[in-house]
Every structure is written in structure tokens, then in C-alpha cells.
Design a protein around this ligand. Sequence first.
Ligand SMILES: [Zn+2]
Length: 392
Amino acid sequence: MREVNRSLVLDLIRAGGTVSRASIARSTSLAKPTVSAIVDELLAEDLIKEIGVGSTAGGRPPILLQFNARSQLVVGAHIGARKTTIAIADATGSELTRRELPTPSGQPDETLATVATMIVAATTDEGVGLATISAVGVVVPGLTDFHTGICTLAPNLGWRDVAVGGPLSARLGAPVYVHNAGQAAAVAENVEGIGCGIDDLALLYAGTGLSAGVIAGGRVLHGAGGTAGEIGHCAVPGLADRCACGRVGCLETVASGRALVAAVHRAVAGGRETILAGRRDFDGREVASAADQGDPVAREAVAELGRYLGYAASWVINAYSPAMVVIGGGLAAIGEPLLATVRRVALEHCPEPSARGVEICASQLGVDVELRGAVLLAMQHSETYYRVVFRA
Ligand SMILES: [Zn+2]
């Protein structure tokens, strides 16, 4: 009960801007001595601060209280295939600073040491100690186990079974939470993007590979094994290509940036003409841009991508009943030509009541969606340290 009351009071101060002990007692119907005891405790922990006195019609003027957003900092880190970005943010998620470096190409421990060094340097420059960091969210482009903090496979980084959470936590002295890009993007879109305020949402993260993030009841789904969302490795009968995970027939081999590139190479080998012919080094985004310029081979590849993403959308709709399916990752930039196919195919494969009212749309946040997701995940995890998640 005490924890619930504490969270009620803290939430009110966080949401209310400036409030007084008396106004908290009125809003919560808690006894004034109870409110005073909780406020004293929060003041002692530096979670809130007194910011002066308010006006009054008579009697003693109330002392105004405000949430101390800088009392608990959170850190987000995104280790991308090309660049690594970190952000230090206050307890409301507002960023104090951001740093970026090319991702080191050496051993995983060198990369993690670089991430730790970037965070330490940024906190030093901001004049805050590592002790203020309540949680660190790390996002990697691959399969992650949330419970152990291990990245089990990240082909773009050349990682297999790399402990990420443990070593970083030892260096930074704060809990570290490791997520895949799909989970991070889903949280970011849910908190400050197109799915803002929608408690049940699924995001298909179509970049070099394909993963998903599921928000159920306002929280990101981890699952018992901590790997929830690896939809790219669901088998599709009839496929023959080998996936980065080592298996044959994974959805990702036909619904990803890598799949777009492979489709163009196959067409070129078969003698088809395309503006991408003769080029060895292009990525999914360039295929998308060729499609945009009317290149028939690229257009067919995008249509095929849309068809398989449509199947994936129907799977998450049938399995989770989300109010919204967001297409995220680099390929979401294709926009309407892709979305139209995804919508048509998804609806074809859902019973009408399951698909009723489900919105399928493109991600709204830009290129830093993974980093914002990392910050917001750290925030959501750190909240449980000083606040009981209380849902009526
Ligand atoms: Zn696979």
C-alpha cells in the first residue's frame, strides 16, 4: 500500500508541474500526514525538489514541489552496423547530449569498451556522475535475449553470443537492458511517434533483416526466452535461400533489404534490364529508390517485399490483435507503394473481425528511432526502480 501511495504522489508531481502537499492530499484523498511523510522521503532521495512558495487566500502559503528530472538520468545506446550513437537523457527522456562515432570494426569487446568510454566522457562533460544513471538501454541490430543481455546473433556486426549487458553494466555501474531494433522502434513509435497512446501495437522492422516489436498493454513484450519478435525467422514453405541465422526458408530471406538486393541480382543474372545492372554494391534503399524512378525490376522486387510483409502483418494481427501495425526500419521510407500491398495482402489473410479497425501505417520517427527507443526503454525499466507500475 505504501508503495502504491508513493507512486500516486510521485506520478502526480511528475504530471502536475508544480503542486503543494495540500493539493496532493486533495487530489489523492490521502491523509495530510501520509502525504507529508512520502514527500519528505522523495525530497531526501532528491526525486523531487521544493521550488518556492505559492499564493494563498489566507493562512500559511504552500511550498511548491516539482519533479527533479535530473535526479535520475538514463542512457540510450544504439550500436548500428555503420555508426554507434549514445544519448544521455533526464528522467523525462529529454536529451542532455548525444554522441556519435563509426562502429569499431574489431572484436565485440572493443566495441563495448568504446560505447562505455563514450558514455563516461559524455557524463563527465555534462558534469553529472555515473552514479546518477539509473538505467542504460542498448539496441543492437540482431537477435537479443532480454533476460541475459546477450546478443545471440548480429550478422551485420559479425557477432554471435556476445554478452552485452554484463560487461557494460560492470563498466558503468548501472543496470543495462539489451533489446533488438524492432522492440526499440516499437517503443519509440508507441511513446512519441505515430502510435502515441496506443496500448496494443505491433511494428515490423524491415531493414537489412526483419524483426518485430510488440507492445501489449503499453509494455514491450519480451517473452519467456527474452527474444520475442523474431518474426523474420518464421519459416515460409517453398523458400530455398539460406538465412543469416543458418536456416533455410526464413521469411527474412524474402522480406528485407537483403531480399530486395538478392531479387535484383537474380533478375540481372536472368538477363533482365535494370538501372541497377552493372552495380555490385547497392542496398535495399537504392532498390527502393530505383522502384520510385519506375525501374520495372526494382518495382517487382518492392511488390514482392510488400506481399511478404503483408503476410507478416496478417500473422501479428491474427496473433496479437493490435490496434495498429507500423511498418518501420529503413524500408518504411518506400511509403505508399509498399503500404498499399501490405494492407491488401494482410486483409486477405485475416478473418474480418480480426482485421476490423486495424490501421497499417508507416513509421513516423526518423533515422534516430532506435536511439530514442533505447532511451525510452531505459526510462521504462528505471521507472520500476522507484515507482510501482499501478494499473487499475
Ligand atoms: Zn533465419
